[in-house]
Design a binder for this molecule. Structure first.
Ligand code: NAD
Ligand code: GLY
Length: 388
């Protein structure tokens, strides 16, 4: 891989599953050379959706074909609904029908939805085939493409079915974020802010002092910001690949966030928005329990609000919240464990009990309630379409 020059490289050190995150504008046009340098050969199944395909499919296929890869494109529908057992099955059908072999590669071109389901398909097809992440949303570039969490949703909860399966490389072209809808960009900023809160108070300060650049998607800050997030994620994952300890800090905001997503039927908030609300509410729970500095709550809420994210919970009941939280993967023996900051850069895992959260909810939970309307369109396709 070193023979491919690249502006920013972040190693993910996981023994024989180690790989690099390459970050540079215009990297899409070098995909073929990079895949060759990775030792990949044979065919490539590009899994994407119609929007991303229309924007970047041609350049990706061109780059791969120039390097000698034969490409098949598998199109998924738009939105969280593609992260399902049924769409996983359709990807696998395509691989079987096209007689993909063990040395052939799956390439995820898209956001976290495409990356998560494609990674799981790669983990399960023939008990594991190579896979490359080419993330095209901010959420995917700073979070979902790194660390090997792959999977699909169950109607009762997010990401309940999946596998840890690491990609061969993560290839990040920050330029592609220029075509991202504003709402998706802003949602990704929630995950960016998360890294500042969980691991790096100086990065948090940097974000606080660059709100205008964040809002306006200023080109100069993007590659550096993406790199810092990837460095933090890579360091956490390298120390705890399977989330037996420290990796849980990456789930900050997700206990409430996932409950919101499921309650909203994955069509009310997009993932980053739900995480932003989750961070605000989980810090508020921590403060109520006397375990989180007021300063974190205030600065974090301010920053999340300033970049344009929602912070309030909807008009839901305590039992909506509590039952949603029960499906969190950090539940052990029925006990809900929530990751909450003590102060910026210092996290703790707090067991939550029902009476405390009920009291917190009755005091804070229903305030300022507002449901954010669905703005995403329905699924674009209901079947896979192949391009050769
Ligand atoms: P997404 O994958 O649904 O993509 C958002 C939208 O952006 C889609 O409509 C897509 O078509 C469009 N899009 C993608 N790239 C584009 C581009 N460059 N230009 C224009 N449009 C573009 O949403 P997401 O926020 O990327 O991912 C959310 C998913 O990621 C959730 O399912 C979440 O659970 C998962 N996730 C996983 C991890 C992990 O560690 N595996 C971490 C965080 C989030
Ligand atoms: N996004 C949470 C994790 O990768 O662990």
């Amino acid at each position: 891989m070193n023979m491919i020059p690249c502006e920013h490289r972040v190693p993910v050190s996981l023994g024989d599953r180690s790989y690099e995150i390459l970050i540079q504008n215009e990297l899409l046009s070098q995909l073929g050379k990079i895949c060759q340098a990775l030792g990949l050969a044979g065919r490539m199944a590009i899994v994407t959706n119609a929007i991303v395909d229309s924007l970047y499919g041609r350049v990706v296929r061109g780059a791969l074909k120039r390097a000698g890869f034969a490409c098949t494109t598998i199109l998924l529908p738009e939105g969280e609904g593609a992260k399902s057992l049924s769409w996983l099955g359709k990807i696998l059908d395509e691989l079987v029908i096209n007689r993909f072999e063990r040395r052939d590669t799956l390439l995820a071109l898209g956001g976290g939805v495409v990356g998560d389901v494609t990674g799981f398909a790669a983990a399960s097809y023939l008990r594991g085939v190579p896979f490359v992440q080419v993330p095209t949303t901010l959420v995917a570039q700073v979070d979902s493409s790194v660390g090997g969490k792959t999977g699909v949703n169950h109607p009762l909860g997010k990401n309940l079915i999946g596998a840890f399966y690491q990609p061969k490389a993560v290839i990040v072209d920050p330029n592609v974020l220029q075509t991202l809808p504003k709402r998706e960009w802003v949602a990704g900023l929630a995950e960016v802010i998360k890294y500042g809160v969980i691991a790096d108070s100086r990065f948090f300060e940097f974000l606080e002092t660059h709100v205008e650049e964040l809002r306006s998607q200023h080109e100069a800050v993007i590659p550096l910001m993406v790199r810092r997030c990837c460095e933090i994620k890579a360091e956490v994952v390298a120390g705890d690949e399977r989330e037996s300890g420290r990796r849980r800090i990456l789930n900050y905001g997700h206990t409430v966030g996932h409950a919101l997503e499921a309650w909203g039927k994955y069509a009310t908030w997009i993932h980053g928005e739900a995480v932003g609300i989750g961070m605000v509410q989980e810090a508020s729970i921590g403060q109520y329990l006397g375990r989180c500095d007021a300063e974190v709550v205030e600065r974090q809420t301010e920053l999340i609000r300033e970049v344009g994210l929602p912070v309030a919970m909807p008009k839901w009941t305590f039992s909506d919240l509590w039952s949603g939280m029960q499906h969190d993967k950090k539940v052990v023996g029925g006990q809900i464990n929530c990751v909450i900051p003590e102060r910026l850069g210092q996290m703790q895992v707090l067991p939550l009990n029902r009476p405390d959260i009920q009291k917190w909810f009755s005091r804070h939970g229903a305030s300022n309630a507002k449901v954010f309307p669905l703005r995403r369109g329905p699924a674009l396709r209901t079947r896979t379409v192949r391009k050769k």
